[in-house]
Design a protein around this ligand. Structure first.
Ligand code: C2E
Ligand code: MG
Ligand code: MG
Ligand code: MG
Length: 292
C-alpha cells in the first residue's frame, strides 16, 4: 500500500498497526536478552515405540519463561520472529547445548539410551560449522553423537537440497540421526529422498488429527508409511491424541508415536520416571490395554 501511494504522499498507519509494530519490537528486544537472562527452557515430549512399551526418544521443544511479564510462551509466538534474524542461530545453539546436557544427565542417572531430538531451522543450514557446533555440544557433555537427533522440516530440507547435502552427510557420518519433520506438508523430490542420509520421517500432525473419517488424510498417512518402509526409514506419527489413532497406526505398522495421548511436552524432571522406567513402560490405561 505504501508503494502504491507514491513517494510524495504520506501513508496513515492504523493505530492497531502501530501498536502491533511496537509489541513486535518489544518482543524482539526481550527475546534478545532471553538467553543471558536464562529465560529459555526445553520441554521434552516422549516418542514411544509402536508396541507402546518403550521410550525410544524425546523431542526437545522450546519455551520462553517470561515470568511475571507473561509466563511460559510457546514457540509459535517467538520462533517465527527469531527466524527473521540471526537470533534464531543463538537460540538453536543454546538448544543444542541444553539438549546435550540433559541427554548426559539422563544417560548417567537413568541409563537412558534413546535419542534427544532438537529442531533445526533451515536458516542453520547456511552455517557450515553446524557439524562443529554439534561436536562441541556432544563432547562437552560426553554423550555419543548417536544420542542426538536433528529434526529438519520437509519444506526446509527441500529449499536447497543440493546445498545442504554435504552438511547432512557430515552429520550422518558422525552418527547423528536426521529426522524429517512435518512430512507430507512439503514437496519432496522422491528421487532425492531415497538418496538422503536420513533415518526417520515424521508424519505431520495435521494428517493424524484428521485421520478418523477423513479418507484423504488416511491415504496420505498410508502412503507416507509405505514410502518410509520402502526406503528403510523409521516412521513417526506426531499429534497422536486418541486411542483410535494408536490402534489404526499400529495396524498400518507405524513405528513410533508422539502425542498428547502418551504425554504433553514436560519439563525434564517430570520425565525422569519415563526415562528410568523398566520395560514395559507404565502408560495411560487405554494404552496399557493395547500392549497387554
Ligand atoms: P514440531 O517440531 O512439529 O513439534 C511438534 C509440536 O506439536 C509441538 O508444539 C508439540 O507440543 C505439539 N504436539 C505434540 N503432540 C501433540 C498432540 O497430540 N496434539 C497437538 N495438537 N499438538 C501436539 P510446540 O511445542 O508448540 O512447538 C511448535 C513448533 O515450534 C514445533 O513444531 C517446531 O517447529 C517449533 N519449535 C519448537 N521448539 C523449537 C526449537 O527449539 N527450535 C526451533 N527452531 N523450532 C522449535
Ligand atoms: Mg519437531
Ligand atoms: Mg513436527
Ligand atoms: Mg509440526
Amino acid at each position: 500500500a505504501a508503494k502504491r501511494a507514491g513517494r510524495h504522499q504520506t501513508v496513515a498507519h492504523s493505530p492497531s498497526m502501530i501498536q502491533q509494530g511496537r509489541e513486535r519490537l518489544a518482543l524482539e528486544t526481550a527475546l534478545h536478552h532471553a538467553i543471558e537472562r536464562q529465560e529459555l527452557r526445553l520441554h521434552y515430549q516422549p516418542k514411544v515405540s509402536a508396541c507402546g512399551t518403550r521410550l525410544v526418544g524425546v523431542e526437545a521443544l522450546m519455551r520462553w519463561d517470561r515470568g511475571a511479564a507473561g509466563g511460559l510462551v510457546s514457540p509459535g509466538a517467538f520462533i517465527p520472529l527469531a527466524e527473521e534474524s540471526d537470533l534464531i542461530e543463538s537460540l538453536t545453539e543454546w538448544a543444542l547445548e541444553e539438549a546435550a546436557r540433559q541427554a548426559a544427565l539422563w544417560r548417567g542417572r537413568c541409563g537412558f539410551g534413546g535419542t534427544v531430538a532438537v529442531n533445526i531451522p533451515s536458516r542453520m543450514f547456511a552455517r557450515q560449522d553446524l557439524p562443529a557446533l554439534v561436536d562441541g555440544a556432544v563432547e562437552r557433555h560426553g554423550i555419543p553423537h548417536s544420542m542426538l537427533a536433528l529434526e529438519i522440516t520437509e519444506s526446509g530440507l527441500m529449499e536447497d537440497l543440493e546445498g545442504i547435502l554435504p552438511l547432512l552427510h557430515a552429520l550422518h557420518r558422525r552418527g547423528v540421526q536426521i529426522s524429517v519433520d512435518d512430512f507430507g506438508t512439503g514437496y519432496s523430490s522422491l528421487k532425492y529422498l531415497s538418496e538422503l542420509p536420513i533415518s526417520e520421517l515424521k508424519i505431520d500432525r495435521s494428517f493424524v488429527i484428521n485421520m478418523s473419517g477423513n479418507s484423504r488424510a488416511m491415504a496420505v498417512i498410508t502412503s507416507i508409511i509405505s514410502l518410509a518402509k520402502a526406503l528403510h526409514l523409521k516412521v513417526v506419527a506426531e499429534g497422536v491424541e486418541e486411542v483410535a489413532h494408536v490402534q489404526t497406526l499400529q495396524q498400518l505398522h507405524c513405528d513410533v508415536f508422539q502425542g498428547y495421548f502418551f504425554s504433553r511436552p514436560l519439563p525434564a524432571e517430570e520425565l525422569d520416571p519415563w526415562v528410568k522406567a523398566p520395560l514395559p513402560l507404565r502408560l495411560p490405561p487405554d494404552a496399557t490395554a493395547l500392549s497387554a
